[in-house]
Ligand binder design. Structure first.
Ligand code: ADP
Ligand code: MG
Length: 260
């Protein structure tokens, strides 16, 4: 299986105000398979966002190597970093839409900034995307006029404009009610199977999110445990994983696997 992203012995620490050192990633190694959905789960402050920032070159690892699509990007800067970032579409917590731009203008932005497409080409591509994400008729609205779920869809449409090979979602359903969260995950699954990109989802929505996952990575105290399927997690003998299963999945997760 080819890897879209690979971490090899990556360590990242922060100096704390009290003089101690906090090691967020302690020589972690993992790979994210191309064209699949990988879920990264872990408690608040466990280093999920730090991991994504290292992938994007927004933060540097202290040691170790990071490979994206087989290329070593560990020390990437300048043009190399720019080229690295164009391979990613990113959807972070707040959707990060521009409040002063309409839905159409928000989605068109990457095309205007990063391509030489004509206004006509941009208009046609953006309209196609808007209907794919069921946003027809909303193009002239401003973000403040949209529901939480619609904002996420606009954010997703915008992130997809440059046809990225890899999509990164950092807690994409924050602020949504459970029904809407479920709808967004279904939309991710549908979009992923249509476009075939590599999907990396950081999420708290356990166990719901696991239905989507081809691979699950659990981040805990600087270490990562990698599972080749969501089901595999509950068979783990490791005490901290058993604790995680008990706390987050409990009976709800197991009940649909048990044959009655
Ligand atoms: N720029 C930074 N400077 C110092 N500490 C940081 C920085 N970024 C993150 N951290 C610390 O690293 C830990 C992991 O953060 P983060 O990856 O944001 O957690 P989460 O898993 O909730 O996304 C946290 O304890 C946070 O305080
Ligand atoms: Mg985070």
């Amino acid at each position: 299986m080819t890897s879209a992203i690979e971490f090899k012995d990556v360590t990242k620490s922060f100096a704390k105000k009290d003089g101690t050192v906090q090691t967020v990633l302690d020589s972690v190694s993992f790979s994210i398979p191309a064209g699949k959905t990988t879920v990264i789960a872990g408690g608040s402050g466990s280093g999920k966002s730090v991991t994504l920032k290292i992938v994007l070159g927004l933060m540097r690892a202290d040691s170790g190597r990071v490979l994206v699509q087989g290329n070593d990007v560990t020390g990437a800067k300048g043009k190399e970093l720019e080229a690295l970032r164009t391979q990613f579409g990113v959807l972070f917590q707040g959707s990060a839409l521009f409040d002063s731009l309409t839905v159409f203008e928000n989605v068109a932005l990457p095309l205007r900034e990063r391509t030489k497409k004509t206004e006509e080409e941009i208009g046609s591509q953006v309209h196609t995307s808007l209907s794919q994400f069921e946003l027809d008729g909303h193009e002239d609205k401003y973000p403040a006029q949209l529901s939480g779920g619609m904002k996420k869809r606009v954010g997703l449409a915008r992130a997809m404009q440059l046809k990225p090979a890899i999509m990164l979602f950092d807690e994409p359903t924050t602020g949504l009610d459970p029904v809407m969260a479920q709808e967004i995950y279904q939309l991710f699954a549908k979009t992923q199977s249509e476009f075939g990109f590599t999907s990396v989802i950081v999420s708290h929505d356990i166990p719901k999110i696991f239905n989507l996952a081809d691979r699950v990575i659990i981040l805990n105290r600087g270490h990562m445990d990698v599972f080749s399927s969501p089901e595999e997690i509950q068979w783990s003998e490791k005490p901290h994983i058993r604790e995680f299963v008990k706390m987050t999945m409990g009976d709800i997760y197991q009940s649909h696997l048990v044959e009655i």
